[in-house]
Design a protein around this ligand. Structure first.
Ligand code: OGA
Ligand code: NI
Length: 356
């Protein structure tokens, strides 16, 4: 249990609104971590794949495209995903209204590193760590036994209802996607969900991210490089402002959001379950001097109290289990203490890392 933050929490949005002309040193990243704006010079295909799910779900050939996207990118955008476009706009707009409330109002929901639930500005409790240029609100959505909407923002008044409505639709999408991923791995449709611990036992959390405009965007990051710890993530990005970058070899590819699309990415638990066939790819968020950016990430996770290890059917003599089974709650605790750290966390579960 981690009870408190090592330093007082500062709202980055308040700093930004106060009009600071330089980034305080707490947010200045070491040179090797600063953003690179190189996606267009990479010479590689610089767009993450876009999958039309109405097509994928109708046409067995579509599974091959899903597999390729998960093997090569760990990221794709989906269109015709079944989530109502108007609802996507409304929930994002309502979160923007929440972040526009006075700091005093938002502080009523101030979070602690014990559960992370509520309004916050940092991940990890390492003293003197360099921080990210963002604020967020984090809440538990599934299993419904741990959902407590009285901890969700009461303002704007429609937000709680919108979170429920959006959560239900994205949950259904995730259930379908887990089936699709299972089939694309050559498994029975329900195999991966069983390995997740069953549809009634999975977990889901929501993080609303606010990236304030920044006077010196080249010195900092909105969100440091990390891979997502859970199963799969569904990101509803800002309509107008790019910011998410995905690692591709030595380059960072900036995601250009397709209108009304959702971004899907593979998390560490699916990398583990697929024995490394599917990649949980590093990503980060850059900020800019002109505009604030809002995004919503819904993390869909395996049941937290069962060991998660490579699926037996995917093991071969040439490719034995790469990872040691670990419970998701243990894994998450490690990340909550250390903060974002590239791919170091999943690599620490490599069977070889434990042998040495
Ligand atoms: C995250 C994340 C991307 C974004 O919340 O884990 O990667 O665009 N967010 O905000
Ligand atoms: Ni992420």
């Amino acid at each position: 249990m981690v009870a408190s933050w090592p330093e007082p929490i500062v709202s980055v949005q308040a700093l930004s609104q106060a009009g600071v002309s330089t980034v305080p040193s707490r947010y200045v990243k070491p040179a090797h971590q600063r953003p690179l704006y190189n996606s267009d010079q990479s010479g590689l295909n610089t767009e993450i794949p876009v999958l039309d799910m109405s097509d994928v779900w109708r046409n067995p050939e579509g599974l091959k495209r899903v597999r390729k996207a998960c093997e090569e990118w760990g990221f794709f955008q989906v269109v015709n995903h079944g989530v109502d476009h108007g609802l996507m706009k409304r929930v994002r707009g309502a979160w923007r209204e929440f972040f526009d409330l006075p700091v005093k109002e938002k502080r009523k929901y101030a979070n602690s590193p014990d559960t992370y639930e509520g309004y916050g500005s940092r991940i990890g409790v390492v003293k003197d760590a360099k921080l990210d240029w963002s604020d967020y609100f984090f809440l538990n959505y599934l299993p419904s036994s741990i959902r407590n909407s009285s901890k969700w923002p009461a303002q704007p008044p429609k937000l709680r209802e919108l979170i429920e409505e959006y959560g239900e639709e994205v949950k259904k999408l995730c259930e379908r996607l887990v089936e699709t991923l299972s089939e694309s791995l050559g498994l029975e449709p329900n195999h991966l969900m069983k390995a997740f611990g069953g549809v009634d036992k999975v977990g889901a959390t929501l993080r609303a991210n606010f990236y304030p405009k920044c006077p010196q965007p080249h010195l900092t990051l909105g969100l440091s490089s990390h891979s997502d710890p859970g199963g799969i993530t569904i990101v509803l990005s800002d309509e107008n402002i790019a910011g998410l970058q995905v690692r591709r070899g030595d380059c960072w590819v900036t995601v250009k959001s397709v209108p009304n699309a959702l971004i899907v990415n593979i998390g560490d638990q699916v990398q583990i379950l697929s024995n490394g066939i599917y990649k949980s790819v590093e990503h980060q968020v850059i900020v800019n001097s002109g505009m604030d950016r809002v995004s919503l990430a819904l993390f869909y996770n395996p049941r937290s109290d069962i060991p998660i290890g490579p699926v037996g059917e995917l093991l071969t003599e040439n490719r034995p289990a790469l990872y040691k089974p670990t419970r998701f709650d243990e894994y998450r605790l490690m990340i909550r203490q250390r903060g974002p750290s590239g791919k170091n966390q999943v690599d620490s579960l490599l069977a070889s890392a434990h042998d040495s």
